[in-house]
Design a protein around this ligand. Structure first.
Ligand code: BTN
Length: 325
């Protein structure tokens, strides 16, 4: 990647014009190198206005990730986390999985505004352009073993919904097991990867991708209805404040989960479930489809669905859920 891109974006982040000549002088490079870096930034999905005689400008001020700003947003909770912020990285989950294997601390957070190899559930990729989504992972070490963590991904989803409601997005809902939807469209996804014994202790890398402002080219590559924060909130979203809010809610939910398990969060989770009490279509990996009525979620996070055979239990890898209408 062109290594002038992010230094130049930091300069342009104020939303004002900067001439090619000034930028070139600032970084002791030629104007041609500046132009190349601007092209590279545009290839990452950043819009940059270029006006002859005035220089380059972003359409609006850009919030880049900034450690102090995240710490400020974390307030009294900042001692619970150790932050590693990146302009760009392959995948924050891959990075933290490697760090976890070399004794990275509990509470370590890796965050980026661009992932070049972001991963989703079921072997999918997480599409991204620079700043299109906030992508981060949190390393959480548990005394309990991996077998006791079955409701963890649901608990994490609840933390996201709480944070989004605080942030003003009150229409955010959950879709079992752990998607975040707004008006039926996916706003955020969660990928949890576990390391350790079934009996304990274990380490979870909790990866979250939250759409901020998806450019049309990225939307076109996603094979399901999606949405982003910018479509629902009339503010220029500061990812630092948002990350701080999300981490604050995560720490509360994880503390409860560790102490009392998912059972303590179950009712609140159900209250935010987009399909609670609804008829849904269940899709099986072999292509079969079945209809059923969502009765609720059990204490271990499995989905309870009623059909002509009675109440059936489904765990997350077994099915995916669609609205029946
Ligand atoms: C899903 O498929 O819905 C889960 C998407 C999870 C994406 C996040 S982005 C941060 C973290 N790093 C990754 O490579 N994936 C997760």
């Amino acid at each position: 990647m062109n290594n002038l891109v992010f230094p130049i974006l930091r300069l342009l982040a104020d939303g004002r014009f900067h001439s090619g000549e000034d930028i070139a002088r600032q970084f002791s490079v030629t104007r041609a190198s500046v132009w190349n870096a601007i092209q590279a930034a545009e290839a990452l999905g950043v819009d940059i206005f270029s006006v002859r005689g005035r220089g380059y400008r972003l359409p609006q001020p850009l919030h880049l990730l900034d450690k102090q700003a995240v710490l400020d947003a974390l307030g009294a909770q900042q001692h619970r986390f150790q932050l590693a912020l990146f302009d760009a990285i392959d995948s924050t989950n891959s990075y933290l999985m490697q760090q976890a294997a070399s004794h990275a601390p509990h509470g370590m957070v890796a965050a980026a505004l661009l992932q070049t190899k972001g991963r989703g559930r079921r072997g999918r990729s997480w599409q991204a352009a620079f700043g299109a989504s906030l992508t981060f992972s949190l390393l959480w070490r548990f005394q309990m073993g991996a077998s006791a963590l079955s409701g963890l991904s649901l608990a994490v989803g609840l933390a996201l919904v709480r944070a989004l409601h605080h942030y003003g997005l009150r229409s955010a809902q959950l879709k079992w097991p752990n998607d975040i939807l707004v008006q039926g469209r996916k706003l955020a996804g969660i990928l949890i990867e576990l390391n350790g014994d079934m009996d304990g202790p274990s380490a979870a890398v909790i990866g979250i991708g939250l759409n901020l402002n998806l450019p049309p080219a990225i939307r076109a590559q996603i094979d399901q209805p999606v949405t982003d924060m910018a479509s629902h909130l009339p503010i220029n979203i500061d990812p630092n404040a948002l990350l701080g809010q999300l981490l604050q809610e995560l720490v509360k939910v994880l503390d409860t989960f560790e102490r009392e398990g998912f059972a303590a969060l179950r009712e609140e989770w159900q209250a935010h479930h987009a399909y609670h009490g609804e008829v849904v279509k269940l899709l099986f990996p072999d292509g079969r489809e079945q209809f059923g009525h969502v009765q609720g979620i059990a204490d271990d996070g499995v989905l309870l669905v009623q059909n002509e055979h009675g109440t059936q239990r489904f765990s997350s890898g077994e099915i995916s859920l669609r609205g029946a209408r």
